[in-house]
Design a protein around this ligand. Structure first.
Ligand code: PHE
Length: 374
């Protein structure tokens, strides 16, 4: 009887110890969700972003992890739309119990995610969503990139000052937060600098034949044609514009950045971007070397910003020394971090102030033209 009692208490103590150790073990390390467009119209954005984030995580884990454990991560597909993004955010928060989100890419995905993450105090950082609405009034949402009012102004002044344009046409997807916003910011800036917008025409995501709008553009014969959409649509519109004999210089924003941009469709055009390999800083050359070694190719801006966004978030968790999202948020809000795409410090909305690059599309590829500071 005594023996049995001894045995039972030893077992109880053992079970208790294991339970406590198990709980403490569960609190070790950090889990992130990477919410990116793996399917839908812009899959190269998702692939590049996942690669950039995973390189960052791997480097942290190789250096010993974070908060006493390995960094774990889940990837969920946002597409480039609100419904898919909402499902992805609900899944990683409710099922995977993730408290930190890196994503999304498309503003139209990041905005609905931010509306889910904020009431739940889940900390979100978008690497690349440039529409102002992503962070406005959302204390738990940050971003690692410049915003579209700045980007639209950069392209408009480049058109007027560098290309000596006086007239423009603008074509935009009225159902896409990013495209609609950027079209308007460009128009406002172009007109404010004395230019005239001769054609300002909307289409929808489903459209593939742009001949009606392009006829108006051909008749107006503007100096520049601004196409603020993603690469898949820009490829279609650019090709049809060239076939119509439109000679306006095509201009675009960060959405043109893709290995699948059709150089011949927009040849001679220019677009703004977040980063250029022409930047000589050591963080840039180190990143280029590591990315090339892991993936066997050069990174685009999406990979760069996903790397930066993941790193700045992990650095804030490290400095706060906790996964308490309120404390990590406060640390992030005050951080100064040297990223590959420039130094990150956040304003009260959670937005950084950053420099843009202008690139030209030639038949041999993308050429860096110049930097534009805010
Ligand atoms: N800025 C785009 C958006 O907000 C996303 C994007 C960023 C696309 C960078 C390409 C490169 O929707």
């Amino acid at each position: 009887m005594k023996k049995l009692w001894m045995f039972t208490s030893v077992t109880l103590i053992l079970v208790f110890t294991l339970l406590v150790a198990g709980c403490a073990g569960g609190a070790k390390g950090v889990k992130l969700a990477l919410l990116y467009p793996m399917t839908g119209p812009v899959p190269t954005y998702g692939q590049s972003s996942q690669e950039g984030s995973e390189l960052a995580i791997q480097q942290w884990n190789d250096a010993g992890g974070l908060l006493g454990g390995d960094i774990e991560w889940v990837v969920a597909d946002t597409g480039c739309d609100g419904a898919t993004a909402t499902d992805a955010a609900n899944k990683v928060i409710d099922q995977d119990k993730v408290k930190f989100i890196v994503g999304a890419v498309c503003s139209s995905a990041s905005i609905p995610i931010s509306e889910i993450s904020n009431p739940k105090k889940v900390l979100q950082i978008s690497p690349t969503s440039t529409n102002p609405q992503v962070t406005v009034g959302k204390p738990y949402t940050f971003r690692a990139c410049f915003l579209d009012p700045f980007q639209g102004g950069v392209v408009a002044s480049f058109a007027i000052e560098d290309l000596k344009a006086t007239t423009a046409a603008v074509m935009y997807d009225k159902g896409n937060d990013y495209v609609l916003g950027l079209a308007g910011y460009f128009k406002d800036a172009f007109e404010a600098r004395g230019g005239t917008v001769l054609v300002y025409e909307a289409y929808t995501e489903a459209d593939t034949d742009f001949s009606a709008i392009l006829s108006k553009v051909a008749d107006a014969d503007p100096d520049v044609l601004f196409l603020p959409d993603y690469y898949s649509k820009v490829n279609l519109i650019g090709k049809q514009a060239k076939e119509k004999g439109i000679s306006a210089v095509m201009l675009g924003g960060d959405g043109w950045d893709s290995a699948d941009l059709d150089w011949s469709a927009v040849e001679g055009g220019y677009h703004s971007n977040h980063y250029s390999p022409a930047d000589p800083r050591a963080v840039v050359t180190g990143f280029l070397r590591d990315y090339e070694a892991k993936y066997g190719k050069a990174p685009d801006a999406l990979a760069v910003l996903a790397f930066d966004a993941t790193n700045v978030l992990l650095e804030a968790i490290k400095q706060a020394d906790t996964t308490d999202t309120e404390k990590v948020r406060d640390t992030l809000a005050a951080i100064e971090f040297e990223g590959v795409a420039g130094v990150i410090t956040f304003n009260a909305e959670g937005d950084p102030i950053k420099t843009a690059a202008i690139n030209q599309v030639t038949t041999e590829g993308i050429k860096f033209v110049k930097w534009v500071k805010p």
